[in-house]
Write a protein of this length. Structure first.
Length: 317
């Protein structure tokens, strides 16, 4: 996949950073991780299967193939948990924890057209959204995701495509991407609340954007009645590393402080069990949103904090 990425990347105006991204990705894949042989074995098994055409058949990124579902399920389950999706491979429905199509539906009509654009998807997971960005006509869509498992999931899905879209996922963090103004559109979805330094994250997003480029930011927020921000003492909805939950006004101020303009709030949606659910693709005993809320009050988390609600902002550099 890295060879394909480098070849494609060199033909875009990202050519100045391609070699650096490939070198950093090669190092990341070379770490000592005891799960890698299992994940690589799953990819080898999947590579033996028939390829198919890819399309978006709501809610699935769908690959048209005659693969036997039982055989494919055995290979794909070696790569669990599947958080982002859903995918459809022949007659097999890979129903991930998150219904990514619901988030995409909330933003797709408000963003600038991606046709011919260079796009960065920060915290891309297994690339569900990165694929959709490429399928919207992006010249190249690059997802960055430091968790290796999700990179192998991306490779597993891509391996089955006869003509993959212009999408790639690299095992990198945002701070490893050269701070050059090269991207037309940058997505940061479900990332900001995991950052200890939220302003630094926003500034790094801005630094990699072209002048006039567009940022799509999706993150957890709280209602103003709960104050300007909440800093969870331990976990939030049983999630680790949730550092800050801002109000909408606070988040707007952060974006202004980071140098963004034309800041627009396009959506606020409470997370529901329809959008986030436990499925057998994340493990038989794995919990999801229903287990993270107060059983006596769905407006509170199990820790007594406001239940998850997410906002989408769009702004320009």
């Amino acid at each position: 996949m890295l060879k394909d990425f480098e070849k494609h990347c060199q033909s875009t105006h990202l050519s100045s950073i391609c070699a650096q991204l490939v070198d950093l990705s090669t190092l990341a894949f070379g770490v000592n991780n005891g799960n890698i042989p299992k994940w690589e074995g799953a990819i080898i098994d999947i590579e033996r299967n028939e390829l198919g055409n890819v399309s978006f058949k709501h809610p699935y990124i769908s690959i048209d193939t005659n693969i036997k579902p039982d055989e494919m399920m055995q290979s794909l389950k070696k790569l669990m948990p599947w958080r982002k999706g859903p995918y459809q491979i022949g007659d097999l429905n890979l129903d991930s924890e998150w219904r990514g199509d619901m988030k995409w539906d909330r933003l797709k009509k408000s963003i600038k057209p991606l046709q011919g654009k260079t796009v960065l998807d920060v915290g891309s997971g297994n690339g569900y959204f990165t694929y959709l960005m490429a399928m919207q006509g992006a010249e190249i869509a690059i997802g960055i995701e430091p968790f290796l498992l999700f990179n192998f999931q991306f490779q597993a899905i891509r391996t089955l495509m006869s003509s993959p879209p212009n999408a790639y996922v690299l095992p990198l963090k945002l701070e490893q991407v050269p701070q050059e103004p090269l991207f037309d559109t940058v997505f940061s979805m479900g990332v900001l609340y995991h950052q200890k330094n939220h302003i630094l994250h926003l500034q790094q997003l801005r630094d990699v954007m072209q002048e006039g480029g567009e940022l799509i930011l999706e993150t957890l927020i709280i209602n103003q009645e709960h104050g300007d921000q909440i800093i969870p003492k331990n976990r939030y909805a049983r999630m680790r590393n949730v550092w800050c939950l801002p109000s909408i006004d606070t988040l707007h101020m952060w974006l202004e402080q980071a140098g963004f303009k034309n800041i627009k709030l396009i959506d606020v949606t409470k997370t529901t069990p329809e959008e986030q659910q436990a499925t057998h693709w994340i493990g038989d005993n794995t919990q999801s949103i229903k287990d993270f809320l107060d059983p006596n009050d769905e407006n509170l988390t199990i820790e007594g904090l406001p239940a998850p609600k997410r906002a989408i902002f769009i702004c320009q550099k």
